[in-house]
Design a protein around this ligand. Structure first.
Ligand SMILES: C[S@@+](CC[C@H](N)C(=O)[O-])C[C@H]1O[C@@H](n2cnc3c(N)ncnc32)[C@H](O)[C@@H]1O
Length: 259
């Protein structure tokens, strides 16, 4: 499938959406460029807003993720990468747990620059590189662990994304995707929808100066599937033992899979 075309991605009733579709974009290429641009705009205020808008719960979600992958991180021979690392919060927690440098990558340079400043300040050493998650500059079967926190939802083609992660992981390797989800309880979901559609974009837009980015956030979450369906997508792309944990009543979910 060409990166410049949009298809509905339907296959055997599985992945129905090709990928994210920020407002005003008409192709996968435009969608990816818009995502890159939006994260570039919010990068200077990203950490502050993340913690404020999630009431700092995002820190606990990343800590939970690190606990679930601790075994792989503790193996001194395992090769791990945090993809879509943004300003590096998950990678920082991973490097501290592993006690050695890992890899971090993202396709938005201002986010990576924020991560680099933090790593320097904290005396951490994981190398960071600029790469598109749909076309990683890595050999096949070269990693034991790939993590992605709140990045996958932004891919312009979900199936290609999962296929690329599958290519790069070695057999038996672990994939951990932390992503916003759909709370299964309808009452809680309605409350959360109100917050994310009416409150979050106003505060986010005001502080970051990019109202588009903080309107995109709830819109992209709404389009993303609930955890059971996302689990099916991951299975369809050849992973096995796919499990998920709901976090904070299902506002987020952590999916862990093996190649
Ligand atoms: C919401 S931020 C999450 C950052 C970080 N993982 C965290 O937990 O705070 C999403 C990140 O995914 C990155 N991203 C989105 N699509 C990407 C792609 N196709 N390839 C690489 N990075 C991508 C964005 O540039 C952004 O830094």
């Amino acid at each position: 499938m060409s990166a410049g075309t949009r298809t509905d991605g339907t296959r055997n009733g599985g992945i129905r959406t090709a990928g994210t579709t920020p407002e005003g974009t008409a192709s996968e290429r435009e969608a990816a460029l818009r995502v890159q641009e939006m994260f570039g705009e919010v990068a200077p205020r990203y950490d502050f807003l993340n913690h404020l808008l999630s009431l700092n719960i995002d820190t606990r979600w990343r800590a939970h993720t690190v606990r679930r992958i601790k075994q792989v991180l503790s193996d001194p021979h395992s090769r791990a990468m945090d993809l879509c690392c943004g300003t590096g919060d998950l990678l920082i927690a991973m490097e501290r747990t592993a006690g050695r440098p890992l890899l971090g990558s993202d396709f938005c340079f201002p986010m990576l620059a924020g991560a680099a400043r933090k790593f320097h300040r904290l005396g951490l050493h994981s190398p960071l590189f600029d790469a598109d998650g749909l076309e990683l500059p890595l050999a096949g079967e070269s990693l034991d662990l790939i993590t992605i926190a709140f990045g996958f939802r932004n891919f312009s083609n979900y199936r290609r994304g999962l296929a690329e992660l599958h290519r790069v992981l070695r057999p038996g390797g672990t994939l951990a995707i932390l992503e916003f989800s759909q709370p299964p309880n309808h009452v809680f979901r309605a409350f959360y929808e109100f917050y994310s559609t009416h409150v979050l974009p106003r505060i986010g837009g005001l502080i970051s100066g990019s109202s588009a980015a903080y309107s995109y956030l709830p819109a992209s979450v709404r389009k993303f599937p609930g955890a059971p369906e996302f689990r099916e997508w991951i299975l369809e792309e050849g992973f096995r033992e796919v499990e998920f944990d709901y976090l904070s009543f299902g506002i987020a979910a952590l999916h862990i899979a093996r190649k």
